[in-house]
Design a protein around this ligand. Structure first.
Ligand SMILES: *Cc1c(COP(=O)(O)O)cnc(C)c1O
Length: 340
């Protein structure tokens, strides 16, 4: 099976399993799990922040961050395609009682100008008070697009001028850092909080980490508990995360290279209308004729290949750790042979 639906489908390698099996653990609710503590310190240091906290999922890490930055009835600003708005089950309103001002960005990316234009005037008490901006890098629904650090810098300035907090949903931040050759510490400087996923391109079975400064993170432990995210001997999974950070970051280049080659191959096919620019490990494309979608997906399935249908004619391919060179060659060959 060649599963290109998402980079979340990977299974731990035997080396990662060994790291899991030999992890030293303790009760993390008492903060006595040495491996969790080591993972948290490693990421806090990497981003030049005081503290980090391990979460079971990226959604919970984002939701906790939003809770830390807001009060009920306030409003956050994000792109219309943001994961925090579209794919976290309405948690923004459920967990924090906050509304979202959606911005019509470009492939999930918003500008400092757009942010500034969408801040509600704080003395106009009829509208919700804007208190938080959430960015996503790379963008998921936006097809793995990356921010320019300079634009984030401008957004930070807008946030400073208006007293807003700035959170980064960095589920695939390591893909962006690699693609743009950037330093995690630059991100640490610009954002109040950053969530990163260990279970996407890095290939761990679970886990995300929220990173921030001490004052803010003091409450993160409490919020995680409220959300039901306190875990016990979870060092086994933190060990997978540490292993992934040590061994699976540089190799994201391979995923990016293969995604680019898939994009180029698709571009040459008569049945493809458009391929969005491939910046990292996600390829978004549209068939020439939307009504051919199920025929196309079935043709792939008959070769044991599965990809994602995101609706509205949008098809998505995500490369990852378990997508080998052999699978890649077979997939490119199949794309060249499909006739609709
Ligand atoms: C995957 C993902 C998350 C977190 O998802 P979980 O399934 O809750 O771990 C958050 N943001 C983005 C952009 C993602 O792609």
């Amino acid at each position: 099976m060649i599963d290109l639906r998402s980079d979340t489908v990977t299974k731990p390698t035997s080396e990662m399993l060994k790291a899991i099996m030999t992890a030293e653990v303790g009760d993390d609710v008492y903060k006595e799990d040495p491996t969790v503590n080591a993972l948290e310190e490693k990421l806090a240091k990497m981003f030049g922040k005081d503290e980090a906290l391990f979460f079971p999922t990226g959604s919970m890490a984002n939701q906790a961050a939003i809770k830390l930055h807001t009060q009920p009835a306030e409003q956050l600003i994000c792109d219309k395609w943001a994961h925090v708005f579209n794919y976290e089950g309405g948690g923004v309103s459920f967990n924090s009682g906050v509304s979202c001002k959606l911005i019509d960005g470009n492939r999930g990316i918003i500008t400092a100008k757009q942010v500034e234009e969408n801040i509600n005037p704080p003395d106009f008490y009829h509208s919700p008070l804007t208190t938080l901006v959430c960015l996503e890098n790379t963008t998921n629904k936006g097809g793995g697009a990356c921010y320019d650090l300079e634009e984030i810098n401008e957004i930070r300035k807008v946030c400073n001028r208006h007293g807003l907090s700035l959170h980064l949903d960095g589920a695939r931040l390591f893909n962006a850092l690699l693609a743009k050759n950037e330093d995690p510490k630059d991100y640490g400087k610009l954002f109040d909080t950053i969530s990163v996923c260990l279970s996407k391109g890095l290939g761990a079975p679970m886990g995300s980490v929220l990173i921030g400064d001490r004052k803010l993170m003091k409450n993160a432990l409490r919020v995680r508990k409220v959300l039901g995210g306190g875990m016990r001997q979870i060092g086994f999974m933190a060990a997978a995360g540490i292993y992934a950070l040590d061994n699976h970051v540089e190799r994201l280049f391979e995923d990016h290279k293969r995604a680019k080659e898939i994009g180029e191959t698709l571009q040459q096919q008569a049945y493809v209308k458009e391929v969005e620019p491939v910046e990292t490990n996600i390829v978004i494309f549209y068939l020439d004729n939307v009504s051919d979608e199920s025929k196309f997906l079935k043709a792939l399935e008959s070769k044991n290949i599965i990809i994602s249908n995101m609706g509205q004619g949008k098809l998505r391919i995500v490369t990852h750790l378990d997508y080998s060179e052999e699978m890649h060659q077979k997939f490119l060959e199949t794309l060249n042979k499909v006739s609709l």
